[in-house]
Design a protein around this ligand. Sequence first.
Ligand SMILES: [Zn+2]
Length: 287
Amino acid sequence: MLKLIRPVKPVGFQDLADVETNKIEQQLVNSPDKLEFNDGFWGKYKHHFMTAQSRKCGYCEMPLSDYGDVEHYRPKSVVDDIDSEGSEREALMNVSGRKFKKSCKYGYWWLAYDWDNYLLSCKLCNQPWKRALFPIQGGRIGNDNDDSEYPHKSPQRGAIETPLLLNPYDVRDLSEHIKFNSVGLIEPFENSEFGKETIRTCGLDRLSLFQARGRVAKVVNNIIDRFSRVDDLEQATFLGQIILDMGDKNSAFAGMVRLIFHTKSEGCSWESLEHFVASNAPVTSSE
Ligand SMILES: [Zn+2]
């Protein structure tokens, strides 16, 4: 996962979003048993997130091989719990044995048309894995007016909750929650509850991802080792530039590369690496 800067909300978006949210509010009064959302709404804004995320999934960092999904970070229709974990089938990318159970009657319906609730996700992270899951620290704050038969009360509008699913658009420091080893295996950092639930929710430890990350992880580990040992300034700058290129926001698994650098360099920041390379790179003259 790579920390991202949310694209600017387009002019006119909010007015359209308010109209759609009002429609849901009306449905809650007139036909509360089945809310129908305007499913074509958020897809119209996908290109903003494609650009902001360099056409990569916000959760797993894989470059998209198709159109991807505009994913609702907080689920709009329902909230699910995991009934059984499941796993990816070897040599395939479909998921076997993962089962869900409906947690409550409604999801975060008032965030269906909320700009800050969107991110671009690959179909694999979104559909078979994350789906309508949304783990909360200390449990969800339910709406006291919800007297439905579901195991939990629907989310309370306006309640301040602490999501355990890491959001690439959040300000949280990812290095405090997720780490990668030298072959691309993802693990929670120091048993972080946030890291654990994020990996679990999106299946970030699935085999196909581990295999895709593995080569990048091995190469960058090797380069960082050489970078930390080399005495020659020119050579160090050259190696530093390779690490920066591998962790460039447009590169696959850039977030992993940056976290590996953070771990191996014992706290040396990505910004200090950028500064080191910029300060020592050969100056090209136009004269
Ligand atoms: Zn993904």
